[in-house]
Design a protein around this ligand. Structure first.
Ligand SMILES: Nc1nc2c(c(=O)[nH]1)N[C@H]1C(S)=C(S)[C@@H](COP(=O)(O)O)O[C@H]1N2
Ligand SMILES: [Mo]
Length: 253
């Protein structure tokens, strides 16, 4: 069997195992290896150099894999038919920042062995994951939305977080900022999304890249993410735009 065919079947099986809410350590580590292979195959001829691709065949370092395992098991997803196309309200602190997707580079840095700047085509060479989940805003509304994008876990495989990395900061183009525990950020359903309900992500929803995850409240889902920084410590007076105003930091669902 051709290796890339094998790979897509394998990824499908893994997606199935997500929806059954089970993911053993063995599956997780296998997933880690195979998603790296997917990138290596998909990125021929892109700006991801071979020396950056090679190490992702290995799982992340043990302390981070152990933290990820402590995260909740995968959250059940909804069928496409459950999408509520008009229920996701725009909630923004300021006017929409306009980011040119052709010149945009996502900076990924901090406590990592291999800091990177990823173009949208670099990001899009990683496996595209689709999920239909409920977005929950503390202001009293919720919406079932489909998001398409890449696992933050797959980006972590590229930059290789150092063993002490425990948190990730997300900086946005509208001066919004958030920080997550690394286990939640690298959960298999935490995505940097570039699609909403089957279409390109609209600007008002955070284009070109926003966070989307079924395990955190709406205010943790940063839009217009421009920088992802791994860190060992949080700055206590700068944990999140709303968090610094008194909202709960963990904000798990
Ligand atoms: N950069 C940025 N991200 C953000 C916000 C924001 O104002 N700026 N608002 C947050 C809040 S409170 C919610 S509920 C969701 C809303 O996402 P939406 O506007 O795509 O519905 O985005 C979150 N992410
Ligand atoms: Mo919100």
């Amino acid at each position: 069997m051709q290796f890339d065919k094998y790979l897509s079947q394998y990824l499908n099986r893994l997606t199935d195992s997500h929806s059954s809410r089970q993911m053993s350590r063995r599956q997780l580590l296998k997933f880690a290896g195979i998603s790296g292979a997917g990138l290596a195959l998909g990125s021929c001829g892109t700006s991801l150099y071979a020396d950056k691709v090679r190490p992702i065949f290995e799982p992340l370092n043990q302390s981070i894999e152990e933290l990820i395992l402590q995260a909740k098991t995968p959250v059940p997803e909804f069928p496409i038919s459950a999408i509520e196309p008009n229920a996701l309200l725009i909630n923004s602190i300021d006017t929409n920042p306009i980011i040119n997707p052709n010149t945009f580079r996502l900076v990924v840095d901090g406590a990592v062995d291999n800091p990177m700047q990823l173009s949208m085509s670099d990001v899009q060479s990683l496996p595209l994951i689709s999920m239909v989940i409920r977005h929950v805003c503390v202001e009293g509304w919720a919406a079932i939305v489909q998001w398409g994008g890449v696992r933050l876990y797959d980006i972590a495989k590229l930059v290789r977080p150092k063993a002490g990395a425990k948190y990730i900061y997300f900086e946005s183009a509208d001066n919004y900022y958030e920080s997550w525990d690394i286990a939640s950020a690298l959960h298999p359903q935490t995505l940097l999304a570039y699609q909403k309900n089957g279409q390109s992500l609209p600007i008002e929803n955070g284009a070109p890249l926003r966070l989307a995850s079924p395990i955190k409240l709406g205010y943790k889902q940063s839009k217009w993410v421009i920088r992802v920084t791994f860190t060992n410590e949080l700055m206590q007076d700068r944990r999140g735009y709303w968090v610094d105003d008194g909202y709960e930091w963990f904000a798990g669902l």
